[in-house]
Design a protein around this ligand. Structure first.
Ligand code: HEM
Length: 631
């Protein structure tokens, strides 16, 4: 695998300068795209789901920025080839070489993916009309920005999950923070007053994320004393100072914005501070681009080659035992970031309800945090760590993510909390964030996903697609693959249990009988999958676990079969619990329905009106009689 570090080591000053420059323009342009899409999809008014005139006016800015991004992404590929080959830019402009770089070298593949996303965004920005499409394009842009990060320095550091994860959070938070400020600077001044309060909240969250993620990332590289005398460390320190200044101006801005009455914002002062902030941010981005292209100081090596470190991104742990399974912890920064964000949003919802004088059931809050802790344990905790090294431990982590944590999260009713607390429209025509969520919940796409058969196919069918093809081995090899697999386990579990035992609103009313049938189907398919694994004669990991040269649990096939047995045991129990819960819900709903009919009969009787149900039955009987007499 060739990383940017190796490229930079090529050591041609001109090529390195071009590389840092094209990286800078690529990042700056992509941040401008993020800013405009963020403004259209979240900060500016939406007119019943349509973009407002102020947002439409920014489309040209997005298209121009996307064009610069695409050009810089193409230049990044070219200059990386020159640097890796140690050749001149001219010599590197060879179609065969470039084709093999973007098709066979992981770094090249990620860079080419970013180029394709930039071109896609460029085309789509010209057609933007609706808020929903703008939000989806914003997500696509962030994915495109993140792609090369998975092959940056962080991919060669001592702890992939922490280094890569923290840099991803850093890049997303920077993009939203700077992008938002850029959008405020270029948008129609008349529309600013509405956008500023909402951005001010977002700016606080992103600033915190930038500082925490940047510090975490810096610590994975500067984790020995001598490192702090390197030019890399000096640039990091400079960035910390700049961030301090940025936060000072951020507070000035907040003081200038009285949340209660956004109309009184001193726009002149606001614009002055914005231009200062933008200059500092551009400087910080330039320094960040330099950092991302120049290798961090090399840590003193033990001289021993650890295959696990280069393949799994973590040093080989000692043989597992109860203590290590309970107390091992290797932070997966991406998952931790998502869990912290989800927890912050959930707590914010509860606080809003409390302020309104409404209570939120404590049991639901408990369920939520049990779910969050289980996910953290299965990704960063003991089983999260050992899941990189042995199939049986991978299966335990899989079952916690796919079968156990989702049940707790589903029963914590996050959608209900969101619907009760998300902001409504700020103007008469605006649908508001809550309106957007309701529209999404009732969309055809959501109706497709919550179809019980679709949920079952994703939940159980995908197991065969993953483990009985080369996909599993491929996903285990890379950090993004491992992360995507864990996210898939979690989302497919959340979808399945939402459809079966969910307490949140569901656009589809799934009859209890259908739920029971789906659960029985899930049990049998899962049992069949586990038995297939337990009786497999070949390894399903494509040689991944063997390549780690694990000194413990050396019988790989036995460990895989053990994984099958664990999958069976841990998989069936939650489905069984869901079955019991479904029967209880069924009985409860039936008795509730009976009580409703009884109450209705009594109400009608009290009003001297015939009981509708009795009347209807009499009508059916008359029909039957008529048919019998053939008249
Ligand atoms: C506490 C403050 C901060 C610290 C400790 C910090 C640290 C870091 C570190 C260690 C990297 C990784 C470089 C590498 O790949 O080797 C990085 C990347 C970067 N930082 Fe920061 N940073 C901070 C604040 C900021 C701010 C405020 C900005 C912009 C406004 C910024 C912009 C960037 C950019 C653009 C990158 C390159 C990302 C990429 O690879 O695509 N950073 N930072």
């Amino acid at each position: 695998m060739i990383s940017l570090a190796a490229a930079a080591a090529g050591g041609q000053p001109l090529v390195s300068a071009i590389a840092t420059m094209s990286k800078f323009f690529g990042i700056a342009a992509s941040i401008a795209v993020v800013g405009v899409l963020l403004a259209g999809g979240f900060l500016l008014e939406d007119r019943n789901g349509e973009l407002s005139p102020a947002a439409l006016a920014l489309k040209r800015v997005a298209t121009l920025a996307a064009a610069v991004w695409a050009a810089a992404a193409a230049l990044n590929i070219w200059v990386s080839v020159a640097d890796i080959l140690g050749s001149s830019m001219g010599a590197a402009l060879d179609p065969t070489i470039i084709r093999s770089f973007i098709t066979q070298i992981t770094l090249g593949q990620y860079m080419f993916f970013q180029l394709l996303v930039a071109i896609f965004v460029l085309v789509c920005t010209t057609r933007l009309r609706r808020v929903g499409g703008t939000v989806l394009l914003l997500i696509a842009t962030l994915i495109g920005i993140l792609a090369p990060v998975f092959q940056s320095h962080s991919a060669s550091s001592g702890s992939h999950p922490l280094a890569i994860g923290s840099l991803c959070i850093h890049v997303v938070a920077i993009s939203l923070w700077i992008g938002g400020i850029f959008a405020l600077a270029v948008m129609d001044p008349g529309a600013r007053a509405l956008a500023i309060p909402r951005f001010s909240q977002l700016a606080l969250w992103t600033a915190i994320a930038v500082v925490v993620s940047g510090s975490a990332n810096a610590l994975t590289r500067l984790n020995f004393l001598d490192a702090w005398t390197s030019s890399y460390a000096y640039v990091v320190i400079a960035k910390i100072v700049l961030t301090g200044v940025l936060i000072y101006f951020g507070f000035q801005q907040r003081r200038n914005i009285s949340r209660e009455n956004s109309a009184v914002i001193n726009l002149a002062k606001f614009s002055k501070i914005v231009s200062i902030e933008l200059i500092i941010m551009i400087t910080a981005v330039a320094l960040g681009s330099w950092l991302s292209f120049n290798p961090p100081p090399a840590a003193p090596s033990t001289g021993e080659f650890d295959p696990a470190l280069s393949i799994a991104g973590l040093p080989m742990p000692q043989a597992p035992n109860l203590t290590r399974l309970i107390f091992s912890y290797d932070p997966d920064a991406l998952f931790i970031g998502l869990l912290v964000l989800a927890s912050a949003l959930y707590i914010r919802g509860i606080i809003i309800l409390k302020k309104r004088g409404d209570e939120w059931p404590k049991m639901r809050t408990t369920m939520f945090f049990v779910g969050i802790l289980l996910i953290d344990y299965a990704t960063s905790g003991g089983y999260g760590v050992y899941s990189h090294f042995a199939f049986s431990y991978h299966m335990v982590a899989h079952m916690i993510l796919g079968m156990i944590a989702p049940i707790f999260l589903i029963l914590s009713a996050p959608i209900t909390l969101a619907l009760r607390t998300l902001p409504i429209g700020r103007t008469r025509d605006e649908r508001g964030v809550r309106g957007t969520l309701i529209a999404a919940l009732h969309s055809r796409l959501t109706r497709f996903w919550v179809n019980p058969v679709v949920a079952l196919l994703i939940f159980d069918g995908s197991l065969f697609g993953l483990y009985f093809t080369s996909l599993f081995g491929g996903m285990m090899q890379s950090h993004i693959g491992h992360f995507a697999m864990d996210v898939h386990f979690l989302l497919s579990g959340l979808l399945f249990f939402h459809v079966i035992i969910g307490v949140d609103p569901n656009p589809r009313k799934v009859p209890h009988l259908v739920r029971v049938v789906i659960l029985f189907a899930a049990m049998s398919i899962h049992a069949f999958f586990s038995v297939a694994l337990m009786s497999s004669s070949g390894l399903v990991d494509g040689g991944y676990f063997a390549s780690l040269q694990r000194p413990w649990l050396t019988d790989l096939l036995a460990d895989q079969r053990q994984g099958g047995a664990i999958g069976w045991a841990m998989g069936e129990i939650p489905i069984l619990l869901a079955l019991v819960a479904t029967f209880i819900l069924w009985v409860r709903d039936d008795s509730r329905e009976t009580r409703r009919i009884d109450r209705n009969t009594e109400r009608l009787a009290a009003m001297g009106r015939p009981d509708e149900l009795a009347e209807y039955n009499a009508y059916l009987a008359a029909l039957a009689e008529r048919d019998r007499r053939g008249t």
